[in-house]
Design a protein around this ligand. Structure first.
Ligand code: ATP
Length: 249
């Protein structure tokens, strides 16, 4: 079966720093894959390359067999890859529903256009349905500025689901979330994504979350893949313990 994502020989340098060093990676449909690595290992660079936020120096990126390297973020999103950010990209003065409504509107139109009342109703319905999936419908009319960091992250992820992506990339979904809340938060994410059967790739520093939610772990070190496999295997790997988890597992 064709992998959802297939990357070959992917390279990106920033001056002398090799942030992606001839990466080869296939991601199968429906899997939850965690990217781990110390600060500066190249995880976010990989996410930025796959989502069109960075242009590779060389190499190929295919989504369902279609070449997507060097396309714009908008074009990549239209083809089926969505992402969330380490710091949620939300309009803080707007409500949760208004933020999602902007995303729904952006996904449906190809530019400025007139929206009829029926379209506005449809947008509101889609917005509420997405908030319900995350258990956040009670917060629909609250401004983002009043909401806690974890809730903002969930709303950012809900926005990434608007286009029903084939591949969802989450950059540190639980960072800044308390130890008591982190499992509840990931449970909500997994539950919310399930109806679309999306493939999830998530960057994560918390090894409790990795071992609980990932089907597969890819460990990065200096722009290269150091280890790739089942969480139980990768987290025990001697090099991973030395360069990534610091012997924490
Ligand atoms: P973190 O866990 O801290 O987010 P990371 O694994 O996501 O780290 P990257 O952000 O991908 O690491 O960075 C990989 C390397 O590339 C680092 O050495 C970083 O300093 C460098 N780098 C990343 N983006 C840029 C940029 N825009 N300009 C210059 N160097 C960059």
């Amino acid at each position: 079966m064709t992998p959802v994502l297939s990357v070959r020989g992917l390279e990106k340098r920033f001056g002398a720093v090799v942030a992606a060093d001839a990466l080869n990676l296939d991601i199968a449909a429906g899997k939850k894959v965690s990217l781990i690595g110390a600060n500066g290992a190249g995880k976010t660079t990989f996410v930025n390359l796959v989502t069109g936020y960075l242009e590779p120096d060389s190499g190929s990126i295919e989504l369902d067999g279609q070449d997507i390297a060097s396309r714009s973020p908008r074009s990549v999103a239209r083809l089926g890859i969505s992402r969330s950010f380490q710091i949620p990209q939300l309009f803080v003065e707007l409500t949760a529903a208004e933020n999602l409504s902007v995303a729904v509107s952006g996904a449906r139109s190809r530019g400025l256009s007139f929206h009829s009342p029926a379209e506005a109703d449809g947008r509101r319905q889609k917005t509420i349905e997405l908030l319900e999936r995350f258990g956040l419908d009670g917060l629909a009319d609250r401004p983002i500025a009043e909401l806690a960091g974890g809730i903002r992250k969930l709303i950012d992820i809900a926005m990434a689901l608007v286009r029903r992506p084939k591949l969802l990339l989450l950059d540190e979904p639980t960072s800044g979330v308390s130890a008591e809340e982190k499992y509840a938060m990931m449970d909500r994410v997994i539950h919310a994504v399930a109806p679309d059967a999306a493939t999830i790739v998530f960057v994560e520093h918390d090894m409790d979350i990795v071992s609980r939610y990932a089907d597969r772990v890819v460990a990065f070190y200096q722009g290269r893949i150091l280890a790739d496999g089942l969480p139980s295997e990768v987290l025990k790997d001697v090099e991973v313990r030395r360069y990534v988890t610091g012997g924490a597992q």
